[in-house]
Write a protein of this length. Structure first.
Ligand SMILES: *Cc1c(COP(=O)(O)O)cnc(C)c1O
Length: 389
């Protein structure tokens, strides 16, 4: 959010246009947090496809988008790695195109920021992805992920103090105290910061290196094992500790069904919808603790894949899809949403819980038009957070 706000403010200062709408360039694989930032701060989006094999952004696509946008481009976002597929965008190549055009690059290292540097220390040959790369102006790292700190504090790093000035808010034209906020928070929560500091000190650089070694070892064990599971494949090249599993071939194992058959065996893996020519996948976030259980996990995965292989691929309910075509998401009110959710098998007035078999719901979410499914998801949560259900 703050990276997007910073880019917008720097853009306004540069073009001397106080109220215009700039455009952010990002691959479809960028975290939804950037869409959220764009909506909050009125930034337009130019969403780029990714290479369907590597699932990384093509630098030439970034170049073409920037050439087309001209002065309107305010930011390019890349991920190291991306959440959905765990693969690394080509940071240096993208920055080499954006920098001469005067457009800042943000590196989303929310996952990789606390993993890749330790992998480099362990001897992995990794490309520079951080503020050492000319043209990278901001970089985010989540402490609540691989730094094992509690949620509530995070890092946004800038290449230089000049650019960082656009992140700050200062105001003194009111009768209270002059205000300077260096982040989105005004009064800061010192608790999470102190907790993150304490955890980082307690684990220490050597400790993190050991944790990354274990997490990466488990990741590699899973990647090699999947190569021998009929009907499943790993998407792209997992750069850190995230893995996406897809069906291998048209008759391969459906990741949505696999998530259910894994759940039946006591393991949670995360279903991710197919988008455009990107397949539906099952997401794994591998942590250091996974290593001790990796054989058990792989036994379950092989058995769950056997279970899933003989089950039909999950498809969206035809009646619901037909009904969805009649609906204008902009005109949806809460009672209609509620009726739709009940029809979809998610009765929002009941006790909120996910069904044991969610593949059909995942397929429905995947197939519904974006506006409608976003409205239905929000409607479900609105119903949950309602007194006297
Ligand atoms: C977790 C994550 C984010 C931010 O998500 P939060 O819900 O704000 O924690 C952004 N990018 C990536 C790659 C992430 O994994």
């Amino acid at each position: 959010m703050l990276a997007v706000k910073t880019a917008r403010q720097a853009w306004r200062a540069k073009v001397g246009e106080p109220t215009g709408r700039p455009t952010m360039v990002l691959p479809i694989t960028a975290h939804s947090a950037f869409i959220k930032g764009a909506r909050y701060f009125d930034v337009d989006l130019r969403v780029l496809p990714v290479d369907p094999i590597t699932c990384t952004v093509r630098p030439e696509d970034v170049g073409a988008a920037l050439a087309d946008l001209g002065d309107r481009a305010c930011l390019v976002v890349v991920s190291t790695p991306s959440y959905a597929h765990g693969v690394m965008d080509p940071v240096a190549e993208v920055a080499a195109i954006a920098a001469p055009m005067g457009v800042p690059v943000h590196v989303d290292a929310c996952i990789g920021g606390w993993v890749l540097p330790f992998m480099a220390q362990l001897g992995y040959d990794l490309p520079d992805f951080d503020l050492r790369v000319p043209g990278v102006r901001s970089l985010s790292v989540d402490l609540h992920k691989y730094a094992y700190a509690p949620k509530g504090s995070s890092l946004l790093l800038f290449s230089d103090a000049d650019y960082r000035m656009s992140a700050f808010f200062s105001y003194s034209d009111w009768p209270g105290y002059p205000v300077v906020n260096t982040t989105m928070q005004s009064t800061k929560s010192a608790g999470p910061m102190a907790a993150a500091w304490a955890v980082a000190r307690r684990i220490g650089a050597d400790g993190y290196r050991d944790l990354v070694r274990s997490a990466r070892q488990a990741t590699e064990a899973i990647v090699s094992a999947v190569a021998h599971i009929d009907g499943l494949r790993v998407v792209g090249e997992p750069a850190a500790t995230l893995i996406a599993l897809a069906a291998d071939g048209p008759n391969g194992v459906d990741p949505f069904v696999l998530a259910d058959t894994m759940k039946a065996r006591g393991w949670f893996i995360q279903a991710q919808p197919g988008v455009g020519d990107l397949p539906r996948t099952a997401h794994l976030t591998v942590q250091a603790t996974t290593l001790a259980n990796v054989d058990e996990f792989l036994d379950a995965l092989r058995a769950a894949a056997d279970d899933a292989r003989v089950l039909p691929r999950a498809v969206a309910d035809e009646q619901l899809m037909a009904a969805a075509e009649q609906i204008d998401p902009a005109a949806l009110d809460l009672p209609t949403l509620s009726a739709l959710l009940t029809f979809a098998g998610l009765d929002p007035s009941g006790t909120p819980s996910l069904p044991d078999e969610a593949a059909g719901i995942q397929a429905l979410i995947e197939a519904l038009p974006t506006g409608l499914r976003d409205a239905m998801l929000a409607g479900y949560f609105s119903a949950i957070f309602q007194p006297n259900r």
